[in-house]
Design a protein around this ligand. Structure first.
Ligand code: ZN
Ligand code: ZN
Ligand code: ZN
Ligand code: ZN
Length: 481
């Protein structure tokens, strides 16, 4: 922002902050336009640059510093401090749009639509008009009375309805699902546009491909195999709400391999997945809902190395530091060079920015575009939360239901939700999805697996593994009774 608001009328200010607190400012909204009925955007650029299945950007009248009434600057342009007021990294997703994420926690705080280039005689080169700024609604201190989800846009890009299928209603009102931008054709529930193998370059059923928007991060997930049973992990909040379950039960002393689905099946082919509303997820991203799949580290193969994902805690590169110190002192130790390379090559998968969100809790995002990719914990380093939003939607849709068994009974840590109505709406919607799944004639997974390259009816894509859903429901009922 380079200028104060020119629009007259009272302004309501709401604090905006990312998880690490490095970026803090106030968003100004025109008071007489509140609450804003806002879109959730499902477009490919939003999903792949954020790592979330939909992006919740709300436009603002102004951006003001948190401790002064000065305009908040994202860079040094027109700002007293040469680097700008916060510490945000810009990433351009298209000719017309720039996104800004926190340089430490990667929260996607701001979106700048640059506007259309000015045309006509005498127009200055590079001048644009109609630009605006948006702020991530999940990073607002409060949303009540400020902004609410009103409709879905660019559902078409998901090829299977994406998160819109699991988020159909808010406060008893059905959310319109627009094919493109607002007010375009509406897509019905259950809509999908999956034409097996037609759009995907990676038309294999043995691996599911993922990439962030800038494609710095490219990896694939393989089907469960013998080593998928190796991790040990407590149950997730999705299965045992931590607020209401005895810790002894959460600990999973029976060592149930709950991430492999169908649960306890002889040959599980899917991974458990679900939506999370916890504060870590919300404030390190910017939307209230983050969607994860639980995948053993050994089943995540990095494209550039052909090896399993490597995620240990980022170490300060001590060898490199020593080398630099020696050089400053005019000394050189050539022996250190090969060791330095060797030490850093294998340590961690390249291109990831690590953020420690809490004791023993790590989040990993793309260094370049800021997309959230993984979350993991020191206590279970070999079972990784993978951001489903980065999936190659052309392969099996953006929910990838032939790979992921979605929890339809609960949103993880929903008690922490910033907007209770959002998670309530999701729980109601997912219940409906589950009931529809029960009513439908189920097709066993073995048949559904022939999706790519064969003439399997498209309805296969909407089919849930009956046993899976019922087993999960039964288990959750039993454990929460
Ligand atoms: Zn931050
Ligand atoms: Zn979008
Ligand atoms: Zn979370
Ligand atoms: Zn990227």
């Amino acid at each position: 922002m380079t200028s104060r608001p020119v629009t007259p009328g009272p302004i309501t200010y709401v604090k905006v902050a990312c998880h690490c607190g490095l970026n803090e400012f106030r968003a100004g909204f025109l008071t007489d336009q509140l609450p804003i009925s806002n879109d959730l955007c499902h477009c490919n650029a939003c999903r792949h640059s954020s790592g979330q299945m939909a992006v919740y950007h709300v436009s603002v009248a102004s951006l003001i510093c948190s401790d002064t009434d000065e305009a908040f600057h994202v860079d040094g342009d027109g700002c007293k401090s040469p680097g700008g007021d916060g510490d945000l990294i810009a990433y351009r997703t298209s000719d017309d749009a720039v996104r800004y994420f926190c340089s430490i926690c990667s929260a996607q705080l701001l979106f700048h639509y640059l506007g259309k280039p000015k045309e006509g005689e005498g127009s200055e080169k590079g001048k644009r008009e109609g630009g605006f700024w948006c702020v991530a609604a999940g990073a607002l201190e409060r949303t009540e009375g400020i902004v609410k989800v009103g409709y879905h846009i660019w559902v078409e890009d998901t090829l299977d309805g994406g998160l819109a299928e699991h988020f159909r209603t808010v406060d008893g009102v059905d959310l319109p699902r627009y094919r493109g931008g607002a007010k375009t054709e509406q897509l019905p529930l259950g809509w999908h546009d999956l034409t097996p193998s037609s759009k995907s370059l990676n038309g294999s059923d043995d691996a599911l491909y993922f990439a962030c928007h800038c494609r710095t991060l490219q990896f694939k997930v393989t089907r469960p195999n013998a080593q998928s049973y190796l991790p040990h992990s407590a149950f997730p909040d999705l299965m045992h709400p931590y607020d209401t379950t005895h810790l002894a039960k959460v600990r999973n002393s029976g060592d149930v391999k709950w991430w492999l689905r169908p649960l306890e099946a002889e040959h599980p082919a899917k991974y458990f997945s679900g939506h999370c509303a916890c504060e870590y997820c919300r404030l390190t991203s910017g939307f209230e809902i983050q969607s994860w799949a639980y995948v053993p580290r050994g089943n995540i193969i990095v494209e550039s190395t052909g090896k399993s994902l490597a995620l240990q805690e980022a170490q300060k590169d001590e060898v490199e530091e020593v080398k630099e110190a020696l050089e400053r002192l005019g000394m050189r130790d050539d022996d250190l060079t090969p060791k330095a390379e060797e030490a850093t090559m294998e340590d961690r998968t390249k291109g990831l920015r690590q953020y420690i969100s809490g004791p023993g809790r790590y989040r990993e995002s793309c260094q370049n575009c800021g997309a959230t990719a993984f979350a993991w914990q020191a206590g279970r380093p070999d079972l990784i939360c993978v951001a489903v939003a980065l999936v190659d939607e052309a392969q099996a849709g953006s929910r990838a239901e032939t790979w992921f068994d979605w929890c339809l009974t609960r949103v993880s840590f929903m008690e922490q939700a910033l907007s209770p109505k959002t998670v309530e709406g999701m729980v109601v919607s997912m219940k409906a999805v589950e009931l529809e799944g029960r009513e439908e004639q189920k097709i066993p997974l073995e048949e559904a697996k022939g999706l790519n390259g064969s003439a399997v009816p498209l309805s296969t894509f909407t089919v849930k593994g009956k046993d899976t859903v019922q087993e999960v429901v039964a288990l959750v009922d039993e454990l929460t009774a």
